[in-house]
Design a binder for this molecule. Structure first.
Ligand code: SAH
Ligand code: SF4
Ligand code: F3S
Length: 456
């Protein structure tokens, strides 16, 4: 009888459909949003057509990231035409950047909520129910959602993000993040530890600590007698269990200390992978970007990684066509790539973002055709480096954490090694969440192919 009532009640729950764009921070935020909404009686649906509320968590990092969202809003508009009762909300970085303008430009949007106002979502939706438009884009100096238990939206239940800080103070001259995410603030380490322990108890095997610049994580208690740095936090999380893998992202070259590297070297379960965005190989451009380091400083950090963690994978972000970038600067980026030998890179064309220092003071003067050619050269070179990195793995044996069945073959699992490279191998009697020793026998452009190792 009780069960029946529950089921009947469930039918009445308003349904929330949520779509997420942008970085890991947004993925983690959507999990906070779902938690807030579930507490107020919403249930999540994956079918947009049965939704009562459609939320799109947006990214403003480059012009094309915003274009994608406008495209989606057109689709939602069609849905709302057929079902006028559905409420459409834009949340996240684009909501913060455009504020009320979003509703002015797209009348179908009912709700605009910035990244620090998610607790208010249910209340704002009540305003919308009563026929008003609702906007809350107030940024906070304190909000970290520390007490909210995110509802994990991933399918495999193996790996989860934990947001350890919010915002950014770095003011790289091209970047919109400080404007849409506000000032940097670190989250209470106690709440991070509780979340990590809870995930491990629920069967998760990997935790990714995330923030725009994890190296500047710094928790201070009120009297300033005690503080916790990123290296200390990393060590505490690693101690939860040797069966729990720890990853983190993003490291910042100007702040990445040897302390973090030594902690990584001490704990086998902290993965051997550092994402260290370089942006450019030219000191002149790095200075104009306000990155806070030179090429030499960056290379010193790379050498420290190679010295302290010889098996560590290094990945990066690169941007081409920043204002004033010459052919010479571009060549320096290519030579930096060769010098470091990146395992993988995310590569972008500079996109001018309103309000940033670069938009206000530097002319976007690299010709589009030059940006395209330079980006192609960067992508081609990275293709070679990535292939070389995989070839070096042939014959090696890696511990792989199984994440799921390979998309290409039902008889194979896929997982990742400590270096964050995807490995595919025969399923045998293993199951998702197992750690398996795999010997690499072949590779494609994106994947390592292996066999379960008989001896190691
Ligand atoms: N906090 C991270 C980066 C976050 S944004 C860091 O500092 O490394 C992710 C990447 O997007 C950046 O590393 C940069 O390469 C790229 N990016 C940021 N702003 C951009 C812009 N205006 N145009 C093109 N790429 C940009
Ligand atoms: Fe943007 Fe720089 Fe902050 Fe990264 S560190 S989010 S690039 S301002
Ligand atoms: Fe995009 Fe916002 Fe992340 S601008 S990259 S979603 S912090």
């Amino acid at each position: 009888m009780v069960e029946m009532n529950n089921r009947e009640r469930k039918e009445e729950y308003p349904k929330l459909y949520i779509e997420t764009y942008g970085c890991q921070m947004n993925i983690a935020d959507s999990e906070v949003v779902v938690s807030v909404m579930q507490d107020k009686g919403y249930s999540v649906t994956e079918d947009i057509h049965e939704a009562d509320v459609i939320l799109v968590n947006t990214c403003s990092i480059r012009e094309n990231a915003e274009q994608r969202v406008w495209g989606r809003l057109d689709v939602f508009k069609q849905i709302k035409k057929k079902k006028p009762s559905v409420k459409i909300g834009v949340i996240g970085c684009m909501a913060e950047r455009l504020k009320e303008k979003l509703i002015e430009e797209e009348k179908m949007v009912d709700l605009v909520v910035g990244p620090d106002a998610y607790r208010e979502l249910p209340l704002l939706l009540e305003d919308v129910e009563s026929g008003q438009k609702a906007v809350n884009v107030i940024l906070s100096k304190e909000e970290t959602y520390a007490d909210i238990n995110p509802v994990r939206l991933d399918k495999n239940k193996i790996s989860a993000f934990i947001s350890i800080m919010r915002g950014c103070n770095n003011m790289c001259s091209y970047c919109i993040v400080p404007y849409v995410r506000g000032a940097e603030r670190s989250r209470d380490p106690g709440s991070i530890m509780n979340e990590a322990r809870d995930l491990f108890e629920k069967g998760y095997k990997e935790i990714v600590l995330i923030g725009q610049n994890v190296d500047s994580y710094h928790w201070k208690v009120e009297n300033h007698e005690k503080s916790v740095t990123f290296a200390q936090l990393l060590e505490s999380v690693a101690k939860i269990s040797t069966d729990l893998r720890i990853r983190f992202s993003t490291s910042h070259p100007k702040d990445m200390s040897d302390d973090v590297l030594y902690v990584m070297a001490m704990y086998n379960n902290i993965c051997n992978h550092i994402h260290l965005p370089a942006q450019s190989g030219s000191t002149r451009i790095l200075e104009k970007m306000n990155r806070g380091y030179t090429r030499e400083w960056y290379m010193d950090r790379i050498q420290a990684i190679k010295r302290i963690l010889p098996d560590c994978a290094i990945t990066t972000d690169l941007m081409t066509g920043f204002p004033g970038e010459t052919e010479e600067d571009h060549q320096e980026t290519l030579s930096l790539m060769r010098e470091v030998n990146y395992d993988l890179a995310f590569m972008f064309k500079y996109s001018e973002r309103p309000r940033t220092y670069a938009a206000r003071h530097l002319k976007d003067d690299v010709k589009e055709s030059d940006k395209t050619r330079r980006l192609t050269e960067i992508i081609d070179l990275q293709g070679e480096l990535s292939a070389k990195s995989k070839k070096n793995d042939l014959g090696e044996v890696f511990e792989v954490l199984i994440e799921g069945v390979s998309k290409k073959s039902k008889d194979h699992f896929f997982g990742r090694n400590s270096q964050n490279k995807v490995v595919v191998f025969p399923r045998l009697n293993y199951k998702v969440g197992d750690y398996v020793e795999v010997e690499i026998i072949d590779c494609t452009s994106a994947t390592l192919i292996g066999e379960v190792a008989t001896k190691h």
